[in-house]
Design a protein. Sequence first.
Length: 322
Amino acid sequence: VLPAIALMLVFLLHPCRQFPGCGNIVTFSQFLFIAVEGFIFEANFGRKKPAIPIRYYLIMVAMFFTVSVVNNYALNLNIAMPLHMIFRSGSLIASMALGIIILKKRYSVYKYTSIALVSLGIFTCTFMSAKQVASDSSLNEEDGLQVFLWWLLGIAALTFALLMSARMGIFQETLYKQFGKHSKEALFYNHALPLPGFLLLAPNIYHHAVLFSQSEPFQVPLIGLTLPIMWFYLLMNVITQYVCIRGVFILTTECTSLTVTLVVTLRKFVSLIFSILYFHNPFTAWHWLGTAFVFVGTLTYTEVWNSLGPFLARWRKRPKEE
């Protein structure tokens, strides 16, 4: 999964840097590819009846599509990629908070401590980003205020997407308890059913398809096929994204939730480092401090320290070599 994540980021950052508003065409391409693959190999060309009724998938898909589109548009509202990734790291905490409210769950001290750490980290990074936007010396006072207001709208969009994503997770949890876990089926329907919704974004997708077609030609190694380089980046991103998301869905069924959470956390921080190095975004000591709070808070949530305790104890007790 992790090599696929690294490659996916490489092939995503190139289009995003040259065409910052291309998120919709990237998302549409990913959805279309996964839907076609699932229709052939999972749904057996529509002949296989889903284990979970379609009406529940429709609700899940409405949430999933909304979250994807809102997260894409947040990048057009003066939200830097590092802040975007750090903010989305709060999904675990948002899910926990909604679990307390909706499912009446209760958690350990470790879980509540993690809420405080992750919330503090996100607040620190958000506050420092707000200061950078507000103090941009290249803008006059009127333009600076307008940019800052758009940035606030971006923060509101990220917050909405975060809560909607957490609500979708709770909805999925209740479905899996009722009908059993069907990860491949869920992967297919979560990507196939939203496809008509992209008609609302057709002008934007078409506009960027034209821009992609006008990019410089590139000869694909080994094959010798020549195509616009942006289409090559998009194709490679779709393939690596498919490998990545399939790996995550497999992890949910083959590994413990602790392992899945740690892998997803590592994915977010790999993404963060890639975006900082590639986009040369300003990242101060305060941003790093906030990032550390998010990382430690997430590890605290998973109680990884308790898992490491027995391992370290066995390591200390092993006989010393002569």
